[in-house]
Design a protein around this ligand. Structure first.
Ligand code: ZN
Length: 205
C-alpha cells in the first residue's frame, strides 16, 4: 500500500498526557510526518545521534480509502481499509525546547526513519476501541495500550481531520500513544504486537 499522508494525533490517552506534564484539552494535537519517514519491520533503525533522547510512542495506525471532506462520525469507520501498529519516534529533548519556544515540532517528529510501521492487516470491522497492544524493548514491557482509553475515538479523529483535509486514499493516522514512552538506544531490539494485527520487530543501531 502506498502511504499518502501521515497524520499523527497527540495527547489522546490521559495517562500519557500526565506523564509528560501536559493537561488534557478539548482538542487533540495534530502533526504530520512525510511518507519518507516510514520504516517497514525488519529494517534497521538508525537512531539520530547527538540530538538528545529518542523516545518510542507505540500506536494503533489506520489506513483510509479516502472519504473526502466533512465525514460524519457515524460513517467514519467505513473509510478504513487496513490497520496496523506503528512507532511515532520523537526527539523528546528537542521537542521540549521547541514547545518552550512555541515553535512547530517537525524537527522532533518528522526526521528520517521517524515512522516505523508494521505490515497492514485488513480491517474486519472489529471494534477499534476494544483493542490491546504491547511494546517491548529487549524483552521488557514498556507500553501496554487499551484503545478503550483513547480520549478521541478513531471515528472521531477521522471526522475531525476531515473538517480540515479532504481525506484521500492512502492517508494514514497514527492514533496516539498510551503512557510508558521512553528512550531507545543503539542495540535495542523492539517488538510491537497485537493479537489479530501482527507482531513487528526492529533493531536499533
Ligand atoms: Zn505519538
Amino acid at each position: 500500500m502506498n502511504v499518502n499522508r501521515i497524520f499523527c494525533i497527540g495527547r489522546n490517552y490521559a495517562e500519557h498526557i500526565k506523564e509528560l506534564g501536559n493537561t488534557p484539552d478539548e482538542a487533540f494535537v495534530l502533526f504530520m510526518k512525510p511518507p519518507s519517514c516510514v520504516v517497514p519491520p525488519g529494517k534497521t533503525l538508525t537512531l539520530p545521534r547527538g540530538r538528545g533522547g529518542v523516545h518510542h510512542e507505540a500506536e494503533l495506525v489506520v489506513a483510509l480509502t479516502g472519504g473526502g471532506a466533512d465525514i460524519p462520525e457515524a460513517q467514519a469507520l467505513s473509510h478504513i481499509s487496513h490497520i496496523t501498529l506503528g512507532l511515532d519516534l520523537t526527539l523528546r529533548d528537542l521537542q521540549s525546547e521547541l514547545k518552550k519556544k512555541g515553535w512547530p515540532w517537525e524537527l522532533a517528529k518528522a526526521f528520517d526513519q521517524a515512522a516505523p510501521l508494521g505490515d497492514w492487516a485488513p480491517y474486519r470491522q472489529q471494534d477499534l476501541q476494544a483493542l490491546e497492544f504491547t511494546f517491548h524493548v529487549n524483552g521488557v514491557l514498556r507500553q501496554h495500550a487499551r484503545t478503550s482509553d483513547m480520549l478521541f475515538s478513531v471515528a472521531r479523529q477521522i471526522h475531525i481531520l476531515s473538517r480540515t483535509w479532504a481525506l484521500q486514499d492512502g492517508d494514514i493516522i497514527y492514533t496516539g500513544t498510551p503512557s510508558g514512552v521512553g528512550p531507545l538506544m543503539p542495540g535495542d531490539r523492539l517488538l510491537l504486537e497485537s493479537e489479530g494485527i501482527g507482531r513487528f520487530e526492529w533493531n536499533c543501531a
